[in-house]
Design a protein around this ligand. Structure first.
Ligand SMILES: [Zn+2]
Length: 648
């Protein structure tokens, strides 16, 4: 076990000095460093107009050099057309402008000679607050290389250099960036004490896998391990509120990193020497993107630990899960990776059937390792996996697509979700995590564990590309049994894996209860809007049978009363033995207040400004007796402990 160390760095205080006044100057590129490499000079052209200026220099271009702008960023499987933000593109050779021909939405041919230095100049609009893009305003500059840099044909494996220029080109904006520092895990070449200057990356892929933040951000450092095994970590938060409890987040992040490094390496030398967490804190937002030596996270201010509260909130546990998830990816997807991702192609979709392994198994371990780090207790952990199992079971699309198919279709399904998504696909995150749980528990019944399989894969394939048959081989070698049936049914089939029996064998009791009302009705509502707005109508459910469609606003219900005969009014029509009452509903849960013994009710919905009555065949008493919901609790503590505490 590695020893934990916390370096005693203090909050950096901004230095205050008078802004320098200088005349506007034309951007000048750095002197070209390497004859064979690529140099990008990055200027903060105008933070108020959210615009970077890039000068790209090739000392030895190809004749008719081709330039390709990336169309997606690794880890986020959707074509994003980053070149839409590119403008003012021009090229020069021997101090003369030379023509370019546009070949597609993201590629150009420069009509240059191979004998002289080539300079390409262009501007990038940067106003994407997500972890995937680029941002520039008067509070921070941030970019992923995929949003800023052309890939030069023939140069992908050459060294790439980036020079970060501190002062905006407009001198009146210089005070804006005066107290900013640079945070990146690019290799330092020549930099100032605040990190401005020249960096390098071995290849284009390394360059665009290393994001850069420039701002006056909260930052701290810690180490995990000692001596030659020590790994230096930096934690940087931009936008944290004054109530932020930095010491708590730092200590908890350190514990997560230690647990994950111990998981993969035990006492051996870790595969990383340095790691950087960049966290952008906003009012509303959530997400993370993994990189080889860093990650970029986005969270809400209310997710952060507060100096005014000692209790751990669910939102904070969610943030710790995100930190754990992205850090685990350092090994699982950034090093162990699908064979199809051995070399990324940034101008087309890169398909793989294995996201259930790389995202699903990472999702399994992100929470399990929080439990092993003792950041959450057994009850909290069982609550998290119960929620995950429910999410899978409540998705009709799990009967339509396997997780292998869902992985392949990520580009058009998971990343392009619409009102029908739950009906035709399944999340390779949630079902992938459920499959990981089932592999782990079944392996434990055969004297092994998924922990052992993951470590063996990393060792045997030198942390490099793997395919499904490699996973199968290691499974079989460690457990001395065949796994064809499980792979066929769980990964390539559409039946539910036998999670309940496997959990029970591991000392966990599975209890059954009524499902939530939404699930009973076969719908999902939009919680972000006041009132009851239908977001999804699940296939085969009561809502679909009644005629609900996504987008309906459910306003009220008409409920029949089954009156006793002697209480019936003499004025009642002879054929009618009941009366109706009508109710406005503001939340779906209010429905249980108004439903009596009837086998149906009528829903009043608004669709395209028209009011409609939809008959729903639903009986509350029968619904409550239908126990399809689950909850988990510890039955045999010593048996459960082996799994929960990671003993093989
Ligand atoms: Zn992930």
């Amino acid at each position: 076990m590695s020893k934990l160390q916390v370096s005693k760095t203090k909050l950096s205080k901004p230095k205050i000095s008078k802004p320098k006044v200088s005349k506007p100057s034309k951007p000048k590129h750095s002197s070209a460093l390497l004859v064979s490499g690529v140099l990008y000079d990055v200027f903060l052209l105008n933070p108020l107009a959210h615009t970077f200026k890039i000068l790209l220099t090739l000392d030895n271009p190809c004749a008719d050099q081709e330039l390709n702008f990336p169309e997606w960023i690794a880890g986020s499987y959707m074509l994003r057309d980053f070149s839409k933000n590119l403008h003012n593109l021009g090229a020069k050779q021997n101090n003369k402008n030379i023509p370019l021909t546009q070949l597609s939405k993201a590629s150009w041919r420069v009509h240059c000679k191979s004998s002289a230095q080539l300079t390409i100049e262009y501007d990038i609009y940067a106003h994407d607050p997500s972890v995937r893009g680029a941002w520039l305003d008067d509070t921070r500059a941030f970019f992923n290389g995929t949003s800023l840099f052309f890939e030069c044909a023939g140069f992908a494996d050459k060294p790439h250099f980036v020079k970060l220029h501190k002062d905006p080109i407009l001198p009146q904006l210089a005070p804006t960036t005066q107290d900013w520092s640079v945070f990146t895990s690019l290799k330092e070449v020549t930099i100032s004490s605040t990190g401005w200057g020249l960096y390098s990356a071995d290849t284009f892929e390394d360059l665009v896998d290393t994001p850069v933040l420039m701002s006056q951000a909260w930052h701290e450092e810690f180490e995990v391990g000692v001596g030659a095994n020590a790994v230096k970590h930096r934690l940087v938060l931009n936008g944290a509120p004054p109530s932020f409890d930095g010491a708590k987040l730092l200590a908890d992040t350190q514990l997560i990193c230690k647990t994950i490094i111990d998981f993969w390496h035990s006492k051996s030398k870790p595969v990383i020497k340095n790691y950087l967490f960049i966290v952008n804190v906003v009012q509303d937002g959530y997400g993370g993107l993994e990189h080889k030596t860093s990650t970029v996270l986005q969270c809400k201010r209310s997710d952060l630990p507060s100096i005014h509260k000692s209790a751990q909130t669910d939102a904070y546990i969610g943030l710790l899960g995100l930190i754990s998830h992205e850090y685990f990816h350092t090994w699982n997807v950034k090093r162990l990776r699908p064979t199809e991702f051995e070399r990324y192609r940034f101008n087309v979709e890169n398909y793989t059937e294995m996201l259930w392994f790389f995202e699903g198994f990472t999702s399994y371990y992100d929470d399990l390792l929080l439990r092993r780090a003792q950041l959450i207790n057994d009850q909290s952990y069982l609550k998290i996996i119960t929620k995950n199992i429910q999410q899978v079971l409540q998705t009709p699309g799990r009967r339509i697509q396997s997780v292998a198919q869902a992985s392949y279709d990520a580009w058009i399904k998971y990343y392009k979700q619409d009102e029908n998504t739950p009906n035709i696909t399944v999340s390779y995150y949630t079902k992938g995590a459920l499959i990981a749980l089932c592999f782990d528990l079944k392996l434990r019944a055969h004297n092994s564990s998924l922990d052992a399989v993951m470590k063996e894969l990393f060792k045997r394939f030198a942390g490099g590309p793997i395919c499904e048959s490699d996973f199968k081989t290691v499974l079989e070698d460690l457990s001395q049994r065949a796994w064809d049936k499980e792979l066929l049914e769980w990964v390539h089939g559409v039946e539910d894996p036998p999670y309940a029996a496997l959990l029970q064998n591991q000392g966990i009791k599975v209890e059954y209860s009524a499902e939530p009302l939404q699930q009973q009705l076969g719908m999902r509502t939009d919680d972000t809007k006041p009132g009851v707005h239908i977001k999804f109508v699940l296939s085969g459910g009561l809502a679909e049978q009644a005629g609900f469609v996504p987008g309906d606003e459910w306003i009220g219900v008409e409920v029949p009363h089954l009156d006793a005969p002697n209480k019936r009014s003499k004025l009642s029509k002879p054929a009618s033995h009941h009366q109706k009452s009508s109710w406005r509903i503001n939340k779906l849960d209010e429905l249980s207040l108004f439903l009596g013994e009837s086998k149906y009710f009528d829903a009043l919905v608004c669709r395209d400004q028209k009011l409609l009555l939809l008959r729903v065949q639903f009986n509350m008493r029968l619904a409550l007796a239908n126990k399809k919901g689950i909850s988990l609790c510890i039955k045999d503590a010593s048996q459960a402990k082996r799994w929960l505490e990671g003993k093989e």
